[in-house]
Design a protein around this ligand. Sequence first.
Ligand code: G3P
Length: 229
Amino acid sequence: MIYMLDSANIEEIKKSFDLFPMAGVTTNPTIVTKEKRDYYELLSEIRKIIGKEKMLHTQILAETFEEMIEESNFITKSFGEDTYTKIPVTAEGLKAIKYLKYKYNRNITATAIFSPQQALMAAEAGADYVAPYVNRSENIGIDSTSTISEICRLFEVGEISNCKILGASFKNVKQVHETILAGAKSITVSYETLKQLIYHPLTDTSIEGFINDWEKTYNTRKLYNKTTA
Ligand code: G3P
C-alpha cells in the first residue's frame, strides 16, 4: 500500500513523515495557495524535508500543451527529475502526458479524474498514476467505489500494468477504506484523514487500562527500573 500526504503544510508533512509510513507528498494549486508562500520556495523546502527517495507529486496550472510542457520542465528542473508532474485529464493534458512520457520518460500523475474512461485514456497516454477524486464524485452522486472497481477492470482488459490508481479527495475513513477495497493500491489523504485512519477510542481506553493496572500493582508507570537494568 502506498500512502501519500495531500498537503503543502510544512508542519503536517514533518509530523506525518515522522509518525506514519509515508511514501510521498502530493499537492495541487489550491493546496499550495493555503500556505501563502512562494511556490518555488515552498516546494523546494518540501523536497528537502522528505528527501530524494520519497515521491513528490505537484500539479501544473497551465491549460495549453506548450505551457504544460514548460511548467513540467520547471518542476523537474527545480524539485528533481523524479518529481511527478500532475496533469488534469483534458485533451491538451493527454497530449502533454504522451509527449512528456515518450520524450523524457517523465513521471506523470493524471489527475482530476471522475470517470473510468478518463483513467484508461490517461494510462494509455503514459501516466504512471491516475487520481480519481472520491469525495468530489460523491458530492455529485457518483458512486466512487464503482469508478475505482471499473478502472481496475479496464486496466485488466486493456492489459495496463504500469499505471497505479491513486485514490484522492477524501473526507473520511469510510471513503478511504472502500477505495482500497475496490482496488486502489495507493491513496493520498489530508493530515486530518491520515490521523483518523488509525484512531479508535477503544485503543485509547485499552492503553489507559494497561497503565492503570500496572501502576496499581507496581506503584510505577515504568515497565522496568532503569537503575537495576
Ligand atoms: O489530490 C486531490 C485533491 O487534492 C482534491 O481533494 O479534498 O480538494 O477534494 P479535495
